[in-house]
Design a protein around this ligand. Structure first.
Ligand code: PMP
Length: 374
């Protein structure tokens, strides 16, 4: 069997051992004599597995009991709307830090919801530039006028399309705010240790570091969720999922199962500390290849805010970029084409992307550069 070196942005590479274990259990999940797909979600084996999935995520983050791990459907895009529906009220204004394409979408949905609910329009602080690579940085520290009365502050810890990531310290550090902090962590969830207790709500589509598409992981402060609106449909209220342990309606059972297996694998690898070390190492390999290319490869992103998950770079012309993607595919290096709205090259280096694949990519970059006279 020929498996490629998969740099897809999401859905993305899954750890091989996770696929092997799921394969081994495919016809007989937990001794039930049927696959996980065929089990009812109202059975002990399924419920135990789902509770284990949530407990494993909580354990990876050392999450306190103030917070709950939920599994919902609809992707992070649905959360863009669910969040303001739950959390806007009392005439308070939400604040959005927009550092890329996804944050921009989140802020737009919040604006629509605020209007529907008769609440003030969210304040938006965007780092978008008129020229060149649109999003290349996070807001300078002290530049955003946070107010204690903000309904919540929303940010995207890693912008998947633009290759921009908040750091945990230094010039691109996550801000400290006194109002509820909410983060879309879709593309850097379970990639580094982080104190999630300081967030009112964190959400992530699983299909990058944590599992397959179809399951969205939400980590929510129970007291905060309890204070959210209760005049919206019950299916959209965070408290419904909390009170029903994510079993109010049929959960995405296969997705939850795979998230559990990925969480187990992360733990076996040494947890989030090990994930972060590998992410630092793998992304440094690519950023070093860019830096030592005498300008053939260029990174458009502010060095302080460069993503360890999605490394974006450019070649001298769009034609060379297309040739790069094609030649890379010929060597089994797939998924390197940049997002259609920004172009360029993007190497997504999620947890399951193996170091040897990145070494092969870096070697390919050097050969491609020489071939084109640099
Ligand atoms: N936010 C981020 C940071 C993402 O990377 C993505 C998906 N690429 C989304 C939101 C949208 O997620 P979904 O497709 O699960 O709705």
């Amino acid at each position: 069997m020929q498996r490629v070196k998969n740099f897809n942005p999401g859905p993305a590479a899954l750890p091989r051992v996770v696929l092997e274990r799921a394969h081994a259990e495919w016809f007989d999940f937990a001794g039930t004599g049927m696959s996980v797909l065929e089990n009812s979600h109202r059975t002990k084996p399924y419920e135990a597995m789902q509770a284990d999935a949530a407990a494993r995520i909580a354990a990876l983050y050392k999450l306190p009991s103030t917070h709950e791990v939920l599994f919902v459907q609809g992707g992070a895009s649905t959360m863009f709307a669910t969040l303001p529906f739950n959390a806007l009220g009392d005439g308070k204004r939400a604040r959005y830090l927009v550092t890329g394409t996804w944050g921009e979408k989140a802020a737009k949905e919040a604006k629509t919801v605020a209007k529907l609910l008769g609440q003030p329009e969210p304040a938006v602080h965007s780092t978008k530039r008129a020229e060149g690579w649109a999003f290349a940085s996070v807001p300078a520290q002290g530049s955003v006028p946070f107010e204690a009365s903000d309904a919540y502050v929303h940010l995207t810890t890693n912008e998947t399309v633009d290759g921009v990531q908040f750091d945990l310290g230094g010039p691109a550090a996550l801000p400290t705010v006194s109002s509820p902090l909410v983060a879309d962590m879709s593309s850097d969830f379970v990639s580094r240790p982080m104190d999630l207790a300081k967030f009112a709500c964190v959400y992530a589509g699983a299909q990058k570091n944590a599992g397959p598409s179809g399951v969205t992981i939400v980590i929510v402060d129970k007291a905060w969720a309890d204070a959210c609106r209760n005049d919206i449909p019950v299916i959209f209220q965070f408290r419904t999922a909390i009170e029903n342990r994510s079993l109010y309606n049929t959960p995405p059972t296969l997705g939850v199962y795979l998230v559990r297996e990925v969480a187990r694998w992360i733990d076996e690898q040494g947890g989030l500390v090990a994930m972060e070390a590998m992410a630092d190492h793998k992304s440094k390999l690519v950023y070093d290849a860019i830096a030592s290319s005498a300008g053939f490869f260029t990174s458009p992103v502010d060095p302080a805010a460069r993503s360890r998950m999605n490394v974006v770079f450019r070649l001298p012309t769009p034609e060379l970029e297309a040739a790069f993607v094609k030649a890379a595919e010929g060597e089994g290096l797939v998924g390197l084409k940049g997002h259609r709205i920004v172009g360029g090259i993007r190497a997504s280096l999620y947890n399951a992307v193996e170091e040897t694949w990145v070494l092969d990519l870096v070697d390919f970059m050097a050969r491609f550069r020489k071939l084109h006279g640099h």
